[in-house]
Design a protein around this ligand. Structure first.
Ligand code: 13P
Length: 345
């Protein structure tokens, strides 16, 4: 049972993460994922290149105007900026709350080809204590659900929901806000309707498990996918259709006690993600009991990464692009984003 002081801490941190129409920045790509993105752009896949890219991100002027919290990867929370400050210190100095990815990745689920279960519960309590000592105040765990022929199975949904709830309970007991991220992937040719059905099924299972494990809903944030057609689906829906399907799905499954929902971007472009988040907030502002915001990685980082390309001479221009996407998403959280905010408009 989580103590009263720990409960108060997580509720206050969750509230701070949602304050002032801000959102979150995910910069917690595993070394493997970060290297894959660097390789595609011809950037060296070294610890120093990853450090330099992340230093560029956290030193972006004005980032804290739109970003309340940033999620780090284990490697980064142990690294320093050129001026010697640890990353967690630099974020705190910038008034950005420090988060940390604590799962150890999705592994093949035995007996269920094409499906995974996310691991990392072993010694999780000790790791959370260490991360809190390094400055982390919230954590992230991502379960991955694939749509396909006969997929997802109940086995994959229940294994991932169970792990998410176990992780969330442990975080709260130690005073860290859990970001609960069940991601239904965009890979495939499924329709928007199918994604919405699967997402609804997954979220029901996740909230059932959070209840079983006694997780306090007021002290967590949900990080779901939007309801989207698969990347290879012939019919790509309108912004409003995506907004309607996504919010319907959330209204049916996410209790009003949850303070906020912060979407992952999942492979959408920066502009698509801003547009869709904006439409949800514009169309449903009065009906939604929770804050609806963002916790994007690719939809914020990609335009800037593409400019930077590992060239320190491009750092300022890249920071400008990063700040711009963060500001667009903050506007979208308030339903005040428009195409006129984009430079090409
Ligand atoms: P994307 O926004 O690139 O989907 O990343 C969000 C995230 O944190 C995935 O775990």
């Amino acid at each position: 049972m989580t103590s009263a002081p720990a409960r108060r801490t997580v509720v206050a941190t969750a509230k701070a993460l949602l304050a002032a129409h801000k959102g979150l920045l995910a910069m917690d790509e595993s070394t493997k994922t970060c290297n894959k993105r660097f390789a595609a752009l011809g950037i060296p896949q070294t610890s120093e290149a990853r450090r330099a890219w992340r230093e560029l991100i956290v030193t972006t002027p004005g980032l804290a105007d739109s970003i309340s919290g940033a999620i780090l990867f284990d490697e980064t929370i142990h690294q320093q900026l050129k001026d010697g400050r640890p990353f967690a210190r630099a974020l705190a100095d910038a008034d950005i709350i420090v988060g940390i990815k604590v799962d150890t990745g999705a592994q093949a689920l035995a007996g269920h080809p094409g499906e995974t279960v996310t691991e990392g519960l072993d010694q999780l309590g000790d790791r959370l204590v260490n991360y809190a000592a390094l400055g982390a105040r919230f954590a992230k765990w991502r379960g991955v659900i694939a749509i396909g022929d006969g997929l997802p199975t109940n086995a994959s949904i229940s294994a991932n929901a169970h792990a998410l709830a176990r992780y969330a309970g442990l975080c709260q007991e130690l005073g860290l806000v859990p970001i609960v991220e069940p991601e239904v992937l965009m890979t495939g040719d499924h329709t928007l309707l199918r994604c919405a059905e699967v997402t609804e099924r997954v979220l029901h299972a996740v909230f059932e498990q959070l209840y079983v494990q006694g997780v306090q809903l007021e002290g967590l944030l949900l990080k779901p996918n939007m309801a989207l057609p698969g990347l290879a689906c012939a019919e790509q829906n309108t912004v409003d259709e995506v907004a309607d399907a996504t919010v319907m799905c959330l209204l049916r499954t996410v209790p009003a006690a949850v303070p906020g929902i912060a979407f992952l971007s999942g492979g959408q472009t920066g502009v698509q993600a801003s547009n869709r988040l904006n439409a949800m907030n514009q169309r449903f502002k009065k009906r939604m009991p929770w804050a609806l915001t963002f916790s994007f990685s690719r939809a914020i980082q990609y335009p800037a990464l593409d400019i930077w390309h590992g060239d320190s001479g491009k750092a300022q221009q890249a920071q400008h692009a990063l700040q711009h996407r963060a500001a667009c998403n903050r506007a979208a959280r308030g339903g005040e984003y428009s195409a006129a905010m984009e430079p090409t408009a």
